[in-house]
Design a binder for this molecule. Structure first.
Ligand code: SF4
Length: 368
């Protein structure tokens, strides 16, 4: 098995969606009525820009839209172009865009499907309300039968608590295992807090009953400010597929366009010091080892389940690849270099925070 070189989180600039979950940022801000965007870069250009040679090795890509990831027509070709470079890809989606699953499952060869996985977000109440439950599980079945990996993830909400029994029953009957559970955050609050009226203890008691390693880890690190040296920027980053901009993480100046010129070398520079209140998607970033000294479950453990027939949700190739840590495929920096980078990051972060606060004040006054 090839060593994992980088983790890249791809953002798709789509805000529209097939569902209207009440806890979703898109619904709260009524962004779902926007039209599906036409993506600027072709699949061919994206594939070329993300070649194994340019990125230095085989990487894991997470692909996610603000709205429904699989709505843009170009997605089938874009995902294929990335898989064809030899990378592993996981698509975050709501399980309702049937035509896209059908395209991928009929057009992709086996070789690509075994490196492809789908993270199905289980929006139980919306699926029930819109009578989409059968279609949702049929789509999971389709990708599973075609040799792809999958994971099922529930977003907890206070409104869902009376239906927990039904959620469990649906998971066991349809998939032979309970879904994973994430931690919902309130995106209207600057540093994100848990989106719930429950106390932290009650929240853990209620949602911990799903025995989800994903939930256990996310809740453990929620609100834990990261002080260690973080290698993101060097070992990965966030790529906006609309603008072509690669950033080390949120809240940083470390950014460059990597799609305009697909052969120009990429300047991978570590962020060093985290500028966020906490690593809210740490199950992926930290699970894959962006902070090597931090002991975490593997990312595979936070995505996989074994069903009542003994089958894994992740197929063997994906499971093995995502069980690695980024330090397996990369060299560590020496302490002297880390101190230099951290010092520079403290200055950069202060400037970023000042500009961010100023921009917020200006926009508040403009909107008055
Ligand atoms: S620890 Fe901070 S900088 Fe590193 S990946 Fe997480 S949020 Fe980003």
């Amino acid at each position: 098995m090839e060593k994992i070189k980088r983790f890249i989180d791809i953002q798709i600039p789509v805000t529209t969606c097939t569902l209207r979950c009440h806890y979703c940022y898109i619904t709260q801000h009524r962004l779902f009525s926007a039209s599906v965007p036409k993506l600027k870069y072709s699949a061919e250009q994206i594939g070329k820009a993300l070649s194994k040679e340019r990125l230095g090795g085989i990487c894991h890509f997470n692909i996610c839209g603000n709205g429904e990831t699989l709505l843009p027509d170009e997605m089938t070709d874009i995902i294929r172009a990335i898989l064809e470079q030899g990378h592993y890809v996981m698509i975050v989606n709501n399980g309702t865009v049937t035509r896209r699953f059908q395209e991928m499952m009929t057009q992709y060869p086996e070789e690509l499907k075994k490196r492809l996985g789908f993270k199905f977000s289980f929006h139980f109440l919306e699926l029930k309300k819109r009578n989409l439950m059968d279609l949702f599980f049929k789509n999971i079945d389709l990708v599973r039968k075609n040799g792809c990996s999958f994971s099922l993830e529930l977003t907890p909400s206070d409104e869902l608590i009376p239906y927990i029994g039904d959620v469990k029953e649906e998971c066991i009957n349809r998939l032979g295992a309970l879904c994973h559970v994430t931690v919902a955050r309130d995106e209207n609050v600057e540093d994100f807090v848990i989106l719930s009226k429950l106390s932290r203890e009650e929240y853990i008691k209620i949602w911990g009953q799903f025995n989800s390693p994903l939930f256990d880890f996310k809740i453990k690190i929620f609100n834990e400010k990261r002080q260690e040296f973080c290698y993101t920027g060097l070992w990965g980053g966030i790529l906006d597929l609309g603008t072509g901009i690669l950033r080390a993480c949120d809240r940083t100046f470390l950014a460059q366009n990597i799609l305009d010129d697909p052969i120009k070398p990429i300047n991978f520079r570590p962020i060093g010091k985290c500028n966020k209140a906490h690593c809210h998607n740490g199950h992926a970033w930290l699970g894959l080892g962006m902070i090597p000294e931090l002991q975490t479950p593997s990312y595979a453990d936070m995505r996989d389940r074994i069903d009542d027939k003994g089958n894994h949700w992740l197929r063997p190739e994906m499971r093995e690849f995502l069980s690695q840590k980024l330090a397996d495929g990369n060299d560590l920096l020496d302490e002297k270099r880390k101190v230099q980078i951290k010092r520079r990051a403290i200055v950069n972060n202060s400037v970023w925070n000042l500009r961010h606060r100023t921009a917020k004040i200006v926009s508040k006054f403009r909107n008055k």
